[in-house]
Write a protein that binds this ligand. Structure first.
Ligand SMILES: O=C(O)[C@H](O)[C@@H](O)[C@H](O)[C@H](O)COP(=O)(O)O
Length: 260
């Protein structure tokens, strides 16, 4: 596998959708061969709409075997417009054709919203149960992690320069001072992110170009997305559109479908 991230550039989100579907499905196939479940982590933001475009009507998606975790979650009720769980549900899962087996979705414990540490610990225990016990590995290894890249280079709720970037004990950490509202969240930590078997970023639109320039041309600045590119060398793929990488010096590759 190449050590630099693979960067696939598409005209727009519609043009990207079939390739993103193919990529997710090949991760699904590999996972189901390994352990008869597809353990996937997703972020919020525009990713959900892009997944909807890619996967909603694809009969090859075995939703009933998916275990969906959140790369980060905001400490808000599930029906809040800020909830990543709520976004995934309304933006994708509720729209699946009738009769589609539902995935298992691992949300946060909303009965403890005033205690971010307790929520993070409970989420970590869920990961221990879902991964470590069966696979006997120290860190959980998601079959696939699908992430976004914020305009400041954050991913999950790992923000540039934040002390959480140095967290190397907890798998899931609370954050009380997120620069992007809402301020109280939980997030996977960097070692868990980079342990994933595959990681894909999806970044669409011209507003991404300035930050992607820094992520790819100045990785030494240590933006969280660059840290993932570096820490998970050989396992990272970027799905972007042309405006997102306008003026960015990256080596673009043409997506080759996996013949599923
Ligand atoms: O909870 C969050 O804040 C999101 O998970 C966040 O990490 C998101 O992925 C990026 O901000 C990119 O968002 P967009 O793709 O919408 O720009």
């Amino acid at each position: 596998m190449p050590s630099l991230p693979l960067i696939y550039v598409f005209q727009d989100a519609d043009d990207m959708a079939p390739a993103l579907a193919d990529y997710v499905l090949s991760a699904q196939t590999a996972a189901l061969q390994r352990h008869d479940a597809f353990k996937i982590g997703v972020s919020g933001g525009s990713l959900v709409a892009n997944l909807n475009k890619a996967l909603l009507h694809d009969p090859k998606v075995e939703w009933g075997k998916w275990h969906i975790f959140f790369a980060d979650e905001r400490l808000v009720p599930l029906d809040s417009p800020d909830s990543n769980y709520g976004l995934l549900k309304s933006g994708l899962l509720d729209q699946l054709p009738e009769g589609t087996p539902q995935p298992i979705v691992h949300g946060i414990d909303v009965t403890k919203l005033d205690d971010s540490l307790e929520i993070a610990d409970a989420y970590e225990k869920d990961l221990i149960k879902s991964f470590a016990a069966k696979d006997s590995v120290r860190l959980p290894a998601f079959d696939l992690l699908l992430l976004g890249c914020g305009p400041d280079g954050h991913t999950c709720s790992l923000f540039p320069g934040h002390e959480l970037l140095r967290e190397n004990i907890a798998w899931v950490a609370p954050i009380e001072d997120s620069p992007k509202p809402p301020p109280r969240r939980i997030t996977l930590t960097l070692p868990v992110v980079t342990q994933s078997l595959r990681i894909a970023f999806v970044a669409v639109g011209e507003s991404k170009a300035p930050v992607l320039k820094t992520v790819f041309e100045n990785p030494e600045e240590g933006l969280p997305c660059s840290l993932v590119n570096e820490g998970a060398r050989g396992k990272v793929t970027w799905f972007v559109d042309t405006p997102a990488v306008k003026g960015v010096a990256v080596q673009k590759k043409e997506y080759k479908p996996s013949n599923l």
